[in-house]
Design a protein around this ligand. Structure first.
Ligand SMILES: Cc1ncc(COP(=O)(O)O)c(C=O)c1O
Length: 396
């Protein structure tokens, strides 16, 4: 964190945004190269390079770069040939895409509550939801810290046909018990949206961890055709074979992504430094001021996707949010629990209770977090946060 805080020409401090993207390596050169080479659609040289890095890091059998994590989830849903009597279990505390992709394919949803340590699916609630209609379970490694994979595997042990899908939008380069996040499910998805550790604006990937899925996934990925087999010289012409869509990421965006992934060690060390600076600044005050920080369990390696704080209650969180914004710092919050949302209720197989999701949704605050957030700005954010919480703590 070597950049200094920005001052505007009048000497006043510039607001600190929630997120800011940065050029970290050869992004602009590679984008230019991709355009000049003339292969800007999917499946070019840069897609191969980015795919190779992702396969090396996650151990995936195959990596299909997609236009977003949402579309990667949709592709995994297509692979399952879901129907109206099938259900898919998804956490209530996640982004809509984790659920929408499966609802769109005709499945009904069962919303699982989260557990308070990692904010991932609660194995006990999961166990109570599993029955013979369940075709798949979506797990999220919230903030890039692995969920309770052991507990989840135990709950699934009696249901070996339930497909495990990791929505790993937050967790690339995180680990669980030494294994890369994204290597634990039959399918895993990644996001390269502007707000993620590695970005190309909008992008994603589907990781296939079972070789037997590769041939069909390639067809579904490429408009239902065996064009990929044709490109690999395995057949002499290609034609329509199956259902599918146009999921491929443009090679120009893959060029942007390749440059980011090449700098993965640098990016992760910057994010880790930001995370640890926040921790050092805030942890000493947590008990007295009544807030909680994320804990990284000892068997897990964080992907350092975000820094969040849990406040006492919704009222305190909203007050802190407003007060920090007034001080020129832009934190944010999420997610509105899916089980109680309009869409969630529409696509649910039956209502479920998710009290922890509701409670966490009201208490969670995300602090500004990006690669080149300077240590001076981290200190400014931490002070604005502590000032706001202390004010809320004073008797009125
Ligand atoms: C857990 C989770 N899954 C999926 C997505 C969707 O990612 P994308 O914007 O790449 O489609 C997000 C977006 O932030 C997310 O947080």
């Amino acid at each position: 964190m070597d950049e200094t805080s920005r001052e505007n020409p009048a000497g006043a401090m510039e607001p600190i945004p929630f997120n800011r993207t940065a050029v970290v390596g050869r992004e602009l050169d590679y984008i230019q190269e991709s355009i000049e080479r003339g292969h800007t659609s999917s499946g070019g040289t840069f897609s191969a390079r980015a795919g190779q890095i992702l396969a090396e890091e996650t151990g995936a059998e195959e990596v299909l770069l997609t236009t977003s994590c949402t579309s990667a989830l949709e592709l995994s849903a297509l692979m399952l040939d879901l129907g109206p009597t099938d259900t898919v279990i998804v956490p209530s505390f996640t982004f809509t895409s984790s659920a929408l992709a499966f609802a769109r394919q005709g499945a009904r949803l069962l919303f699982c509550d989260i557990e308070p340590q990692t904010l991932g699916p609660d194995p006990e609630h999961l166990e109570s939801l599993l029955d013979e209609t369940v075709r798949a379970l979506v797990i999220v490694h919230y903030a890039g810290i692995a969920c309770d994979v052991d507990g989840i595997r135990k709950a699934l042990a009696r249901w070996p046909d339930v497909v495990l899908i990791e929505d790993n939008a937050h967790g690339l380069l995180g680990t669980w018990g030494g294994a890369p996040l994204g290597s634990l499910g039959r399918f895993a998805t990644l996001s390269f949206h502007e707000t993620k550790n590695f970005t190309c604006g909008e992008g994603g990937a589907l990781l296939l961890n079972e070789a037997s899925d590769i041939d069909r996934a390639r067809v579904l990925y490429d408009k239902g055709t065996n064009r990929q087999a044709f490109m690999l010289g395995q057949v002499d012409k290609y034609s329509w074979k199956d259902t599918g869509g146009s999921f491929g990421l443009s090679d120009t965006l893959a060029a942007y992504l390749t440059a980011q992934l090449e700098q993965r060690d640098h990016i992760q060390s910057r994010r880790r430094a930001v995370f640890e600076t926040y921790e050092r600044a805030l942890a000493p005050f947590a008990d007295d001021l009544g807030f909680q920080l994320a804990e990284i369990p000892p068997d897990r390696g964080s992907a350092y996707h975000m820094f969040y704080v849990l406040l006492r209650d919704r009222e305190t969180r909203n007050m802190v949010l407003q007060s920090m914004r007034a001080a020129g710092v832009n934190p944010t919050f999420h997610y509105v629990p899916l089980h109680s949302s309009l869409g969630g209720r529409r696509f649910a197989a039956r209502p479920t209770e998710c009290p922890v999701s509701e409670q966490i949704s009201g208490r969670l605050l995300r602090l500004p977090f990006f690669n080149d957030l300077s240590s001076e700005d981290v200190t400014r954010v931490a002070s604005a946060f502590l000032n706001a919480v202390s004010r809320g703590d004073m008797p009125s």
